[in-house]
Design a protein around this ligand. Structure first.
Ligand code: NAP
Length: 279
């Protein structure tokens, strides 16, 4: 059981996947963990796994798309613990569909969850961290935050926006002793991709053949996916780093791919890669 003076960490989207694994990994490292999710009815798996491992994990409700929900959770956490040391912005959603196939409402939703959600949670905890002159804000980004991918228009727009948000905040927060980090994950075997495909566009039409090609490419990449636990271990080590970087990639392959993207100033090399993903 974690001691009373343990550092306090909040994780969003802790009902499944990377968020769940991160909540457990942090509890194992003696953080006081507040594992949040939009629907507490989905807490059973985390609660059972924590109990089986003899770990203390608190759960609370937090919907990153609702300002009152974020504010309420922050208020309860600060009243109970009086400090916040680490926020892991993990909640996210995918969306499969090319721009013409998705509505503006679909785009707004994916940007709301993946980017504005991080902004809401950050705004709720930054004042306390700034005053304490300590704290670490981590966001789970993606290859999709650096490299535009076909049939991921909304998701990439959202993760690119997240990268811009946190890169811009980082130098200013650092002046107050608050660290900001982005973790750029490659494919991870969670429910994420299946959910993205299931809730995404699947209509016949001019894009169907290319979309099937892309899904085949993504299915192929799934064979080499990392585990949620791999990403959770990376989060734990980033959180423990006394002088953390702004960006971390989840594997050497991701570093290599994003390095190629970032060196490609006219974008032609990226297009050669991503066009291949359609067949
Ligand atoms: N899996 C990958 O290949 C991959 C790769 C790179 C980056 N990522 C990123 O990793 C993060 C976690 O994804 P995952 O792979 O672990 O997938 P996941 O199992 O689908 O987890 C996503 C989590 O976000 C939560 N969530 C969705 N909307 C929310 C909202 N409005 N408020 C609070 N929580 C919300 C979900 O809650 P519910 O259970 O209530 O739906 C779920 O707990 C995401 O930011 C994702 O973009 C994933």
């Amino acid at each position: 059981v974690n001691g009373p003076s343990a550092e306090v960490a909040l994780v969003t989207g802790a009902s499944s996947g990377i968020g769940l694994a991160t909540a457990l990994a942090l509890a194992r490292r003696s953080y006081t963990v507040v594992a949040t999710m939009r629907d507490l009815g989905r807490a059973d798996r985390l609660v059972e796994l924590a109990a089986a491992a003899g770990l203390a994990v608190e759960t609370d409700v937090l919907d990153v798309t609702a300002e009152e929900s974020v504010a309420g959770c922050a208020e309860r956490l600060l009243a109970r613990h009086g400090r916040i040391d680490l926020v892991v912005n993990n909640a996210g959603m995918g969306q499969i569909g090319s721009l013409e196939e998705v509505s503006i409402a679909d785009l707004a939703e994916v940007i709301d969850v993946n980017c504005l959600g991080v902004a809401r949670v950050t705004k709720a905890f930054l004042p306390t961290m700034r005053e304490a002159r300590r704290g670490h804000l981590i966001a789970i980004s993606s290859i999709a935050g650096v490299l535009g991918q076909p049939f991921n228009d909304g998701y990439c727009a959202a993760k690119f926006a997240l990268e811009g948000l946190y890169e811009s905040l980082a130098p200013v927060a650092a002046e107050f002793g608050v660290f900001v980090s982005l973790i750029e994950a490659g494919m991870v075997s969670t429910e994420f991709y299946r959910r993205s495909v299931e809730t995404g566009v699947s209509d016949p039409g001019p894009y169907a053949q290319m979309r099937e090609g892309f899904v085949r490419t993504a299915d192929g990449a799934a064979a080499t996916a990392q585990s949620a636990e791999d990403i959770a271990e990376l989060v734990v080590s980033v959180a423990a780093d006394p002088s953390p970087q702004l960006r971390y990639q989840s594997s050497p392959d991701v570093t290599q791919l994003l390095g190629r993207k970032l060196a490609d100033l006219d974008g032609q090399r990226v297009l050669r890669i991503t066009r291949r993903w359609l067949s």
